[in-house]
Write a new protein. Structure first.
Lengths: 99, 501
């Protein structure tokens, strides 16, 4: 029995703003389930004494000095924006914030 | 507009419920550059002029951590009596909202840089409440939205929104308390006092300019009510947009009375974000809270872990300043202030200014007198905070020393201060330009005295006859002739000398 349900795929798709068709929900539920099971095997070999690894390079504390570096001009920043107004990025009205 | 909201009488709320608080304070650091890129962080620049591919989330841009921001985070943690992580990571908090161009906020999730601390908060009557600190973690600020169309710049009814990303990526430390219980009727006051104490602490650490009005210090207040016979916490709401200390207190109080009315009516509290409305002191519903799972946090692959060495942590600990509470106690003793006097100075925002004036050479009594009387009046009439007056403690100290050495009278000193406030330069320059020096040259004074005596022969006669009280009229005339720049005491001496009285 798949541990990833259609509803969960639909929820994830919504969070990721992906348009997923009804047919794809079934397809992805099955695929995601296989992926999750494959990844879960790591848990069988990794014991408490093995720290979770998120980075492949053995580095820590890579810092930058607090010095200002030139960035983009307003014109450059807005150059690729689909719409701009008054030096700002213009976006469609934001829904769902207020009841 | 929302329908009228039922509120329960505050005393009744307390008879039936115990309030439970959780406070989240976001503080923008005063670093020169952003958390992950070299863009400047100054407030008030033209929109989208302090941006680069990293903070705009352009493809391929890679973040690099600002070392000073990490140092500030550790110092804040230490000042809050926290443990400092030996190893921690950044995480991506994924959500879609136009104020975050990357579509995720780089934050910390289950591995904050600082955790398990506490902060002692002194209430107005001297009672001390120890607030437990859950964690302090590093993250980045979002951009600013401007809502166009609809009423007064609100999202509601807006036709579209305009985004300025100058603030996106500014280093932010989020400080989260553990639940604060058992404060009863004083919960709103505890919330305000906590934020005020934290603000003073952050200011003393010099890690932020802590301007609530400019958003560099922001408080989200989580409030829930627990029925007197209950064993579990009630559902909480999180009130955002609380932009002043007074608002923190009002917001908590309002939520208590609002939630209580719903609960006794058999209703239930929705776990949601609410927005504080400054005008009425009320809150209104915002978005439903996403669950933590919905943010799909995962370790930030573009930033390697941070592992502060214990040596570094101890170096940073050594940089901690005297804590505000201790400093206050020391100042109170050194300046011989009563509790009330000290509180007045604190409320007037005068303590730091007076201390700096004393450091610049003035006596505490004179420094205090200038800041709480003449300068406070000037600030009032200009409608600005005392600290925002265009005069420095060093300049005030300079004026005070000019009085002390007899160069200025109090009246002239006020004119000098006016000149400094008007942007005419340093006190010495104002004295020079306005010609305000006390006339201490006796020959000039003799001339003025002789002239005044000659123009009022009858008064002069009386003085000569021994009626020294009559000298007042001549003193007045001399002071008028010298435009108040003479030392009245000296003038009187000269008059009596001239009249042989």
């Amino acid at each position: 029995m798949p541990s990833i349900s259609r509803d969960e795929v639909a929820h994830l798709a919504r969070l990721a703003r992906l348009a997923v068709t009804e047919a794809e929900l079934d397809l992805f539920a099955g695929q995601l389930d296989q992926i999750v099971q494959a990844v879960a095997q790591v848990g069988q070999v990794a014991d408490q004494d093995i720290p979770p690894t998120s980075h492949a390079v053995p580095l820590t504390n890579v810092f930058r000095r607090d010095l200002v570096r030139p960035g983009l001009t307003q014109q450059q920043a807005l150059a690729a924006a689909p719409a701009a107004e008054d030096g700002r990025f213009r976006v469609p009205r934001i829904l769902g914030e207020e009841a | 507009m929302s329908a009228t909201v039922e509120l329960m009488d505050y005393d009744e709320v307390l008879e039936r419920f115990d309030p439970v608080l959780g406070l989240e304070v976001h503080v923008e650091l005063n670093t020169h550059t952003k958390m992950f890129c070299g863009c400047p962080t100054g407030f008030g620049a033209e929109p989208n002029t302090q941006v680069c591919p990293v903070c705009l989330g352009l493809p391929g841009a890679l973040p690099v951590v600002n070392e000073i921001a990490v140092a500030s985070a550790i110092r804040i943690g230490l000042a809050l009596n926290c443990e400092i992580a030996t190893w921690c990571r950044f995480a991506r908090k994924n959500y879609f909202y136009p104020d975050m161009p990357k579509n995720f906020q780089t934050s910390q999730y289950d591995e904050p840089i600082a955790f398990n601390g506490w902060l002692d908060v002194t209430l107005d009557d001297g009672e001390v409440v120890r607030v437990q600190i859950e964690r302090a973690h590093m993250e980045e600020d979002t951009g600013k939205s401007l809502h166009v169309g609809g009423a007064t710049g609100r999202i509601h009814g807006a036709e579209h929104s305009l985004l300025d990303y100058n603030r996106a990526g500014v280093p932010l430390i989020e400080i989260v308390t553990k639940t604060i219980e058992g404060t009863g009727a004083r919960a709103p006051e505890v919330a305000r006092a906590y934020v005020a104490t934290l603000r003073d602490l952050l200011k003393a650490l010099d890690v932020s300019d802590v301007r609530m009005d400019q958003g560099s210090l922001r408080c989200d207040a989580n409030v829930s009510l627990m029925a007197k016979d209950a064993t579990e916490f009630g559902t909480r709401t999180e009130t955002k947009n609380v932009n002043s200390l007074r608002s923190v207190e009002r917001a908590v109080r309002h939520e208590m009375t609002r939630q209580a009315a719903i609960l006794v009516d058999g209703g239930s509290i929705l776990q949601e974000t609410r927005h504080f409305e400054e005008a009425g002191g009320t809150t209104r519903a915002g978005r439903r809270k996403e669950t933590s799972e919905d943010y799909r946090y995962f370790p930030e692959p573009d930033l390697v872990p941070i592992a502060p060495t214990r040596e570094w942590v101890e170096e940073l600990r050594a940089t901690l300043p005297e804590m505000p509470e201790q400093r206050r106690k020391r100042i109170q003793a050194e300046w011989s202030l009563t509790d009330l006097e000290l509180r007045d100075l604190i409320n007037a925002g005068a303590v730091d200014l007076i201390a700096a004036t004393v450091d610049a050479g003035a006596t505490p009594a004179e420094a205090r007198s200038w800041w709480v009387s003449y300068l406070s009046q000037s600030a009032n009439s200009r409608g600005v905070e005392l600290a925002d007056l265009p005069i420095t403690p060093a300049q005030v100290a300079a004026v005070i020393s000019l009085i002390a050495d007899g160069s200025l009278t109090n009246k002239l000193a006020r004119e000098v201060v006016d000149g400094v406030l008007a942007g005419e330069g340093e006190p010495d320059e104002v004295v020079e330009k306005r010609g305000l020096k006390v006339v201490s040259d006796d020959s000039a004074l003799y001339a003025a005295v002789d002239e005044a005596l000659a123009s009022q022969p009858d008064v002069a006669e009386k003085i000569r006859e021994g009626k020294v009280a009559a000298a007042g009229a001549i003193v007045g005339a001399v002071m008028k002739a010298t435009k108040g720049q003479a030392d009245a005491k000296r003038v009187r001496e000269l008059i009596l000398e001239r009249c042989g009285a």
